[in-house]
Design a protein around this ligand. Structure first.
Ligand SMILES: [Zn+2]
Length: 77
């Protein structure tokens, strides 16, 4: 009986180790990466889409996602 209990405990412990290792294999790296990118994200004045500053078109301190929307800015004034 005692050995059986020990085996069950060992199995549970092994499962715990496996599950913990499994969780650690997928850390929240993606979230950190996204936050890093988000720091340099700018919003298109026309459609409100967020995009990396490097990919955005800038005109007079305002960002646009595409040339099309850059042209549409005239409608706003
Ligand atoms: Zn846009």
């Amino acid at each position: 009986m005692g050995i059986r209990l020990l085996l069950i405990l060992l199995t549970l412990w092994a499962l715990f180790i496996i599950v913990r290792a499994y969780i650690r294999r997928f850390p929240k790296k993606d979230v950190k990466k996204n936050n890093k990118i988000a720091a340099n994200m700018v919003q298109c004045k026309v459609c409100g889409t967020y995009l990396p500053e490097a990919e955005a078109l800038q005109h007079q301190g305002t960002f646009f996602c595409s040339r099309e929307h850059l042209m549409q800015r005239k409608d706003e004034k």
